[in-house]
Design a binder for this molecule. Structure first.
Ligand SMILES: Cc1cc2nc3c(=O)[nH]c(=O)nc-3n(C[C@H](O)[C@H](O)[C@H](O)COP(=O)(O)O)c2cc1C
Length: 443
């Protein structure tokens, strides 16, 4: 840009940046709000803002090749006769059949099983592919009740009552007609090819008392055998955790605002809910106040988990396990640059593609199109996912050993420091170089 003697160099507004202006133009042209998949794209305080301290003179590290660092976790030890026992504390989050292809569900089941962990159904019900290939399958009980089948409740290894999701606490989902194939329509008991909204709240609840009744009902249907999880979006984690536990939950699944979704309004994804980092300590505090942290009720954290470092940080802050959605899809091949030419045709680029609801996913994952689905080989996809889960586990173990821990669950906030004031306040760990963090109260 050349300098002009009578003008300053052109400066774009920080407030009206290119993305904002493009959204205004899109809204003006179409008259409808933007729907998309994925999680929040803006930068919010996250696990990257924390660092592990590692051992030195005052702490004693463990030797990687000789000393073990265990990674197993049991979920649902409170009331269930058969808690879920996992080899690794990384589970596959609930993702709907309808959003995802049957092949993708199979690949998730294969990958999770090979890695010794669980996968989860989603809106739209349980498919044979995922039940058949998932050693441990969590069955979601959702506000929409799409695909809800009492027989499937009894075929599940755990039940997850979905109250909300981090991408859209208080909101519902969308499935556009393009993705309502005959099979999806049949499972959801709805007409083919018509846009569907998933409800934002359960039809038979008006408050936490009804959650208690629902949990009891599900326990009776499943004979008190399997754990009952309650999944909430990151809204008011202290109170939501307290109420879920008081209603009888075995496990609380807490999904922060970076959590992915198959489809909802962009305005929801970017503007509703709290960052994952900000949700963990209040939820842990709630469990500690109830005397149920770790051994009583387990806490599963999700929303933007990408690496073993994220896993270790979530556990150090008090989570028992984490759950991944987006990262699992990327491991299968989602947003792979090898499909760049096709992303370009859709007006986007690899890494930015999020119009999953349109059913044209070049990677063959977020689609019901038979030709596109064939692009995903479920055996290869499963292997890629189990490799990725293995790497994350090894990374978390490496960090834990360096902190002198013989089990991932021995990691603690004391092992961490924060790079920013915001992260220090949210995670309640000292700002690097100090022994201080802002804000003592206020959950
Ligand atoms: C394609 C897709 C479909 C999803 N479908 C569901 C669903 O049916 N039920 C649900 O509770 N959450 C659903 N989620 C949210 C995930 O369960 C999970 O909360 C979220 O993906 C975690 O954040 P992450 O994607 O950053 O790992 C979906 C997420 C994605 C990416």
């Amino acid at each position: 840009m050349t300098d002009h003697p009578h003008r300053t160099i052109p400066v774009k507004s920080w407030t009206f940046d290119d993305r904002t202006n493009s959204e205004i133009r899109r809204a003006a042209a179409t008259g409808i709000y933007d729907i998309r998949g994925g999680g929040a794209k803006r930068r919010v305080p996250h696990f990257d803002d924390l660092l592990f301290l590692g051992a030195s003179v005052s702490r004693y590290p463990l030797e990687g090749y000789r000393e073990t660092c265990a990674t197993d976790v049991s979920l649902g030890t409170r009331y269930a006769a058969n808690p879920i026992r996992l080899d690794i504390p990384i589970t596959i989050a609930g993702m709907s059949f309808g959003a995802l292809s049957g092949t993708a569900k199979e690949a998730l089941g294969r990958g999770a099983t090979a890695a010794g962990t669980s996968t989860t159904t989603g809106d739209g019900g349980m498919t044979e592919e995922e039940r058949g290939h998932s050693d441990k399958l969590v069955y979601q009980y959702l506000p929409s009740r799409y695909g809800m089948n009492p027989d499937d409740l009894r075929r599940a290894d755990a039940i997850e009552i979905v109250v909300g999701q981090g991408a859209k606490p208080g909101g519902g989902g969308m499935l556009l007609g393009q993705k309502i194939s005959d099979r999806v329509a049949e499972m959801r008991n709805l007409p083919q090819g018509i846009d569907q909204r998933s409800a934002c709240r359960h039809p038979d609840w008006t408050g936490p008392d009804d959650l208690e009744i629902k949990i009891l009902e599900l326990r009776e249907i499943t004979g008190w055998k399997v754990p009952i999880y309650v999944k909430v979006g990151g809204a008011r984690p202290y109170f939501d955790t307290t109420l879920a536990v008081k209603a009888g939950a075995d496990v609380v699944v807490l999904d922060g605002m970076q959590g992915g979704t198959a489809a909802t309004q962009d305005v929801f994804i970017e503007h509703v809910g709290q960052p994952t980092l900000a949700c963990i300590r209040p939820a842990v505090q709630a469990l500690q106040d109830l005397g149920l942290h770790r051994d009583g009720v387990q806490l599963v954290i999700s929303g933007g988990i990408r690496s073993g470092a994220d896993v270790a940080k979530a556990i150090a802050l008090g989570a028992d396990a984490v759950s991944i959605g987006t990262a699992a899809l990327i491991a299968l091949g989602d947003n792979d640059p090898k499909w760049e030419a096709e992303y370009q045709k859709l007006g986007t680029t690899a890494g930015a593609y999020d119009d999953w609801h349109e059913g044209q996913d070049p990677a063959g994952i977020n689609t019901q199109d038979p030709a596109l689905q064939q692009r995903l080989d479920p055996v290869l996809g499963g292997r890629r996912l189990s490799n990725y889960l293995k790497v994350m586990t090894l990374e978390a173990q490496t960090i834990a050993r360096a902190c002198g821990k013989s089990h991932l669950h021995n990691l603690e906030p004391e092992d961490l420091c924060a790079l920013t004031m915001e992260a220090a306040a949210m995670a309640r760990v000292p700002l690097a170089g100090t022994d201080w963090y802002p804000g003592k109260a206020g959950f």
